[in-house]
Design a binder for this molecule. Structure first.
Ligand code: SAM
Ligand code: SF4
Length: 510
């Protein structure tokens, strides 16, 4: 059990709302009261570029800079990329985004699953089905026994190794509860259906409300992977419209400084995101670049991932249908390409909120991670026995892509993309600043290819249908050939681990 004696406790929701935010932990990162999200600069950039055609020479210079330096662009560069409307020039940008993705992450897509732990919330976000006061929502907090049942389906029947654990914000799901759920996820071991091999969850990322430094240190100790917090919108005025002042989340500065606290606490994989559809997407992208640059300035570490959630229908709200800033699929595709060029080294996550058509389309737009066989109802995996099933009153919003993992893995393999279940980097200490360098130089991409092959082999043998395994086998053969050419001296060592995996040994990695 984690030692949580050093963190603050709260009597009830009112006490939590009153005392949770620690002002000094905000002020430290906004010296002189100046915010690193410079709204005047963003608005000036949008005004200067709005409706004006892009200069192709300048756009190509920026593409070249992004490809060669693999560093976060200046907001001014991102603004130029946002001007591009010419399809041929955009195609040059997309192709470069795809090349950068291959350089940094090779031909892999990392697979994960969302696991919702609770839907009690002290906040009132106007677009969310979990918000306090939404009487349509059926509320519950998973007990540890229920959580084990969820893991049995996720790890034992579907084959997931990597979770994003999601929480409402409430004293009943305090840091103590988050720590206990993480420990429970790691401890649970089950047997794979086809081979009987031991399987379990190897990386637990968390999506939760911003926390103080002391609480983040507790999560670091229990082995949190990435800490994800979506900013929703960087536009302060719209942020205040969506998040009532009486709520904890109504504090814009507490949320925007959250990753500074993470990095201070040693939680060094941080996941940024914007809820697209709440504000002008150009504002959000420019602000994301400023956020990444400020983290780099303070800590020399940028975002481990960027997420691209789009507003989806949710219980008891019309915001997802009526917001004036909703974006179409073409704009979504543009956002991904510009993000990949703007923060070249980062992981990019596109969730099952998207439709299958939208996700298929953006696979070559720089993205690196997706989820499948997802069920976001609280206790949804065990109650619905791995069936695609959605219930508006039990979940935060509705999902668009209900494809099974088997179907998705097969589809990816048919286009030459390997599904990676690898979690080695984090367990070998390749996180934060250390992984930043490996990513920027392309070392991580190659290195991870080997671990991707080993974990893909595990999943194919433990969980895949015959049809999927046949396609996967052919892809693995090709990958092994590639590794032999690339690392002839190391190849026999790789093959030793590979053959041991084929014989049923599990969790071998480099
Ligand atoms: N409650 C914590 C918070 O808000 O920071 C944890 C995350 S919340 C459970 C997960 C994320 O879901 C939110 O940050 C928000 O971006 C997203 N979300 C909320 N309502 C949504 C909707 N209607 N459509 C799509 N995403 C939504
Ligand atoms: Fe609560 Fe998060 Fe939903 Fe806001 S987005 S109501 S904080 S669960």
């Amino acid at each position: 059990m984690a030692d949580t004696s050093g963190i603050r406790k709260f009597a009830d929701a009112a006490d939590y709302r009153k005392r949770f935010v620690i002002q000094e932990e905000i002020d430290k990162y906004l010296p002189g009261g100046r915010h690193f999200i410079d709204e005047n600069r963003i608005n000036a950039l949008i005004a200067a570029t709005d409706g004006k055609p892009a200069d192709p020479v300048r756009v190509r210079e920026i593409i070249a800079k992004s490809e060669s330096a693999c560093e976060t662009l200046e907001p001014e560069d991102t603004a130029v990329l946002m001007q591009v409307t010419d399809p041929a020039l955009f195609e040059e940008m997309r192709a470069a985004a795809d090349r950068i993705k291959h350089k940094v992450y090779d031909n892999r897509i990392v697979m994960f699953a969302p696991l919702y732990m609770s839907n009690l919330c002290v906040n009132g976000c106007r677009y969310c089905g979990f918000r306090e006061g939404n009487s349509l929502q059926k509320r519950r907090v998973l007990t540890m026994d229920e959580l084990k049942e969820e893991i049995d389906v996720l790890a034992g029947r579907i084959g997931h190794k990597r979770l994003i654990a999601v929480y409402g914000e409430h004293p009943s799901t305090s840091t103590e509860y988050i720590a206990e759920t993480i420990e429970t996820c790691y401890a649970r071991q089950v047997k794979a259906p086809r081979t009987g091999a031991p399987v379990g969850i190897r990386r637990v990322n968390v999506n939760a409300a911003p926390l103080p430094v002391a609480d983040l240190k507790v999560l670091k100790k229990v082995g949190i992977g990435t800490f994800q917090v979506f900013q929703e919108t960087y536009n302060r005025k719209l942020y205040e419209q969506m998040h009532p002042a009486w709520s904890v989340k109504g504090n814009y500065d507490w949320r925007t400084t959250c990753f500074h606290r993470c990095l201070e606490a040693g939680v060094d994989d941080v996941g940024l995101g914007v809820l697209y559809g709440l504000c002008d997407w150009r504002f959000e992208l420019l602000a994301t670049v400023m956020h990444a640059r400020d983290l780099e300035r303070w800590f020399n570490i940028g975002p481990h991932t960027l997420s691209f959630p789009r507003l989806e229908p949710a219980s008891g709200t019309r915001v997802p249908e009526e917001s004036p800033w909703l974006i179409d699929d073409d704009t979504f595709a543009r956002i991904l390409v510009i993000a990949r060029l703007s923060v070249p080294y980062t992981g990019m996550i596109v969730t099952a909120r998207e439709s299958p058509a939208s996700r298929n389309r953006v696979l070559d737009h720089g993205m690196t991670q997706l989820d499948c066989s997802s069920n976001i109802a609280i206790k949804g995996y065990s109650d619905f026995a791995n069936e695609a099933h959605q219930e508006k009153e039990r979940q935060q919003f509705m999902l668009g892509d209900n494809r099974s993992i088997d179907e998705m893995v097969r589809y990816l393999a048919s286009r030459g993309t390997i599904t990676s279940f690898c979690t080695a980097g984090y367990r070998c200490g390749r996180t934060g600043g250390c992984i930043m360098d490996a990513l920027k130089t392309g070392r991580e991409g190659k290195f991870c290819k080997i671990n991707a092959v080993l974990t893909f082999r595990e999943w194919l043998d433990d969980f895949a249908s015959d049809e999927t395994r046949a396609i996967g086998d052919r892809l693995i053969e090709k990958e092994l050939e590639g590794i032999k050419e690339w690392l002839p001296k190391f190849y026999p060592t790789v093959m030793k681990q590979y053959e041991a995996t084929c014989r049923g040994e599990r969790d071998l990695f480099f």
